[in-house]
Design a protein around this ligand. Structure first.
Ligand code: IMP
Length: 418
């Protein structure tokens, strides 16, 4: 069998994937990201030093080869900044960018702002990183790809044509020659990093290398299966691995889903288990639930196992990693939603229309609280916490194999073989 594993989010993003990927990546030769862009954000703490990533897989800190796949939309200016941040890990040698990945340009960010303004009260609450507009260009077949950055004439023509579609909307005046020059120079810097990553990955897997596929955002932000239109513009679920990296499905081995012990969400849209009481405030502060990319406070809610189960089924998740379970430590009672009520009906499925999701009332099961934090990482799990974990396993059908008890790599507990 091939030694590969996909790691993806089971909720609304911010599940703590970066930390889990950092922890797991020591076991793999290559870490490959398959979708999204600088809308993602994760913080990894290694040897007391904090790194904030938006584009580069955190596997770079384990000195692994990191691939940015064709399914991504990449802001090259942001990428260079991150490469500088991890300069001591030889990013110029270790980072491979798909020549088919799409480039996020300054006007994508302006379009992102304009689209949100037009939507007004129906806005998505995007990160403002130009993600939607860059994917729109990709599917409208007017996008600019990393291969284009390597030829000044081609680049100039494509930027000029692209801007013709947007000039009615944009307020700023963009100088085609200036942008071309700036991005062509970046292309020159990254020339050796821009390759056919699909061929590289397939050959590597066939030659016995192990690969971790890194997802960004979460299942309920997936453009097809999330709570549309309050979603991001890519496939965050397992199908994204295949199209976003250019590998056959048989090369995807195990799937690890990451979930937070409670639920958080940034941006607009329905959130059935959202709470706004003192417990929400307690979790917000204790869990430092502020977006890595935008600094926005996250909305807080109890664990919604309906959402998690949907994600497990959709992506064929084998193993679950639970993050931030330490944040619940010290609470008297911990609640988990396992079904919804809509009128007189009890349902477990998630309706496809947000208008219907908004009407769902969660049905909870209450668990007695526990005390267990990062200092207990080597100890046995307390009985009440174990009951919570077993309930998650029974309900979803996936095995909980990792617990994260704090931001540092050492505060991670392995519960079984993976
Ligand atoms: P966009 O991806 O910037 O277009 O934003 C679309 C939606 O996805 C908004 O609700 C964002 O808050 C959300 N989103 C995008 N990236 C992330 C992430 O990495 N974590 C959590 N939410 C995200």
């Amino acid at each position: 069998m091939f030694k590969t594993m996909a790691v993806l989010g089971l909720q609304f993003g911010d599940e703590g994937k970066g930390k889990i990927i950092d922890y797991l990546s020591s076991r793999f030769d290559i870490v490959a990201r398959y979708q999204g862009g600088a809308n993602a954000g994760h913080t990894v703490v290694v040897s007391g030093k904090t790194y904030k990533f938006h584009l580069i897989p955190s596997g770079i800190l384990n000195r692994k080869i990191c691939v940015l796949g064709n399914g991504m939309v990449i802001d090259p200016v942001e990428l260079l900044k991150e490469m500088d941040m991890v300069g001591e890990y030889s990013p110029l040698k270790r980072i491979l960018i798909s020549e088919r990945a799409h480039v996020v340009l300054p006007f994508h960010k302006e379009m992102d702002r304009i689209e949100e303004e037009i939507k007004s009260s129906g806005k998505v609450g995007t990160t403002g990183k130009g993600i939607g507009p860059a994917y729109q260009d990709k599917y409208a077949r007017i996008g600019i790809r990393f291969a284009d950055l390597l030829d000044k004439n081609i680049l100039e023509k494509k930027i000029e044509m692209n801007l013709k579609f947007k000039e009615k909307f944009l307020n700023e005046k963009y100088d085609v020659k200036k942008i071309t020059d700036e991005y062509w120079r970046i292309g020159k810097k990254l020339k050796r990093n821009i390759v056919d990553t699909s061929i590289f990955l397939r050959k590597s897997i066939e030659n016995g290398k192990s690969v971790l596929f890194e997802g960004a955002q979460g299942t309920h932000l997936d453009v097809d299966f999330g709570m549309y239109p309050y979603v991001t513009s890519s496939n965050t679920t397992v199908g994204g691995v295949i199209t976003g990296l250019g590998i056959p499905p048989k090369y995807v081995g195990k799937v690890m889903g990451v979930m937070k012990a409670y639920t958080t969400k940034v941006g607009e849209g329905p959130f059935p288990t959202e709470i706004k009481d003192n417990i929400a405030k307690y979790i917000l502060e204790k869990g430092n639930e502020y977006g890595t990319t935008t600094g926005r406070p996250r909305r807080i809610g109890w664990l919604d196992l309906n959402l998690v189960k949907y994600s497990v089924n959709l992506s064929g998740v084998n193993y679950i990693a639970i993050s931030k379970i330490d944040i619940l430590s010290g609470l008297d009672k911990v609640k988990v939603a396992y079904a919804y009520r809509i009128g007189n009906k009890k349902i477990k499925n998630i309706p496809s229309r947000v208008e219907d999701i908004q009407k769902l009332e969660p049905i909870y099961r209450e668990f007695d609280g526990w005390e267990f934090t990062e200092k207990d990482v080597k100890k046995d799990i307390p009985r009440n916490m174990m009951k919570y974990i077993r309930f998650i396993e029974k309900f979803t059908g996936a095995k909980v194999r990792i617990l994260s008890l704090g931001p540092a790599r050492e505060n991670t507990k392995l519960l079984g073989p993976i």
